[in-house]
Design a protein around this ligand. Structure first.
Ligand SMILES: [Zn+2]
Length: 412
């Protein structure tokens, strides 16, 4: 992407997520894709500015949104992993190209790609976006799953005499030593972080979301090995015991937590400064499709069982003060609907600004990047703009964003 020399934005209302304030009539200057200043608007500055001018005086301008839990590659069919086996790798990547563009246009300028069954194709998509071959959000890719064999990160609804190719099973590991090998293989292959499947999963046939699939020692091996590379671990966990093991082992983010309950898990997240990334929207979305969609009965049952507990977990998380960040599990529901989960945080008791922080500054902190998440000097000029809006009291305005800028450039 070629960047323009200098761009001046006039923004009607700016969401300052760091200070929890709304700033009116601001000038944002951008050079080489990054913000250089945020100041009160002045006609003099405008007159002396050489370069492009973007008038957003009638818009609410917020930082580009961040989704910490997406799956860009391929697609699902009515609750089934089958398309990953009936379509070629290149087809899944082409679907990923479409999914990435849809996600970016919905205002999500940064995502974590938390796993693909064919290892590393998400890293290729990330690289193609970085090289300007296709458009999409900034991607932090897991590259594959570290999962126990026949566990939540495997395609499990196969006949016992069918064997998957090696690409599908690069992260399969059943002992401490195998976990270390899997982490090394994934990081050598280009993964930005490690995704470990600490419990069963809603979509993996035969697995039990409430059941742990790794010991604390096995998860700690992943955390320790990743740390040697300056990388961290995101854990998929639904049940309390699996989540506790992951948090105690030192994972950076605890994703889903749909069935977690009791005081201990929240105390542990506070003690270990773990980010909790609840995925309540996807649970509700699947449950709402129950009557009409031909999802497998097992998937419907598991998601229905998680619906009330997942909102309870979010409420308890807010009350307990754990660090919350935003992730949705997009792929199960259509890409581009990522902002619809914001309302769940409001329903669970969060203020609009705290809710927006989960999908901006908190998510950037969870990734460990100072490049995105806040409209302030030094960060990329990743911005979303919504016309005719001056407040964030109704977070549903983020469901239909009018303009998206990535690195100061308008996304077409
Ligand atoms: Zn997921």
């Amino acid at each position: 992407m070629t960047s323009k020399e200098s761009t001046l934005f006039r923004a009607g209302t700016v969401v300052d997520v760091r200070n929890g304030a709304l700033l009116t009539d601001c000038a944002i200057t951008v050079e080489n894709e990054r913000i250089t200043s945020v100041e009160p608007w002045s006609p003099e500055q405008h007159d002396s500015h050489e370069g492009e001018f973007v008038d957003l005086s009638g818009y609410l301008v917020a930082p580009g949104l961040i989704d910490l839990h997406t799956h860009m590659i391929g697609s699902l069919a009515e609750g089934s992993y089958m398309p990953f086996l009936t379509k070629s790798a290149s087809w899944s990547v082409l679907e990923g190209v479409r999914n990435a563009a849809t996600t970016l246009r919905a205002g999500f300028t940064t995502v974590r790609e938390l796993g693909t069954f064919r290892a590393f194709v998400d890293c290729d998509l990330r690289n193609a976006i970085n090289d300007g071959i296709v458009i999409g959000p900034r991607i932090f890719a897991a590259g594959g799953y570290v999962t126990s064999s026949s566990g939540g990160g495997e395609i499990t609804d196969l006949a016992s005499d069918i064997e998957l190719p090696r690409d599908f099973r690069i992260g399969v590991a059943d002992t401490v030593d195998e976990v270390r090998r899997a982490v090394r293989t994934l990081l050598h292959g280009g993964s930005d972080l490690i995704k470990i499947i600490a419990t069963g999963a809603g979509y993996a046939a035969g697995t039990t979301p409430g059941a742990p699939e790794y010991s604390e020692a096995e998860i700690r091996a992943a955390v320790d090995e990743a740390a040697l590379y300056g990388k961290y671990v995101a854990a998929h966990a639904h049940g309390t015991l699996g989540a506790l093991r992951a948090v105690r082992a030192g994972v950076r983010t605890l994703d889903h937590g749909s069935l977690i309950e009791g005081k201990e898990i929240f105390d542990a997240m506070l003690e270990h400064e773990t980010f909790f990334v609840p995925t309540t929207y996807v649970v509700r979305w699947v449950d709402d499709q129950r009557a009409t969609a031909a999802f497998p009965e097992e998937v419907k049952r598991k998601l229905a069982e998680a619906r009330i507990p997942s909102m309870n977990a979010l409420r308890t998380a807010i009350e307990s003060g754990v660090k919350l960040a935003y992730g949705t599990d997009a792929i199960i529901f259509p890409h581009g609907e990522n902002a619809r989960q914001l309302q769940d945080f409001i329903d669970a008791g969060f203020s609009p600004i705290d809710t927006l922080r989960t999908a901006t500054i908190n998510a950037a902190d969870a990734i460990g990047t100072l490049d995105v998440g806040v409209i302030e000097p030094g960060r990329f000029a990743d911005l979303v703009a919504i016309k005719g809006i001056r407040s964030i009291d109704d977070v549903s305005v983020f469901n239909s964003i009018d303009l998206v800028f990535k690195g100061g450039s308008l996304v077409e």
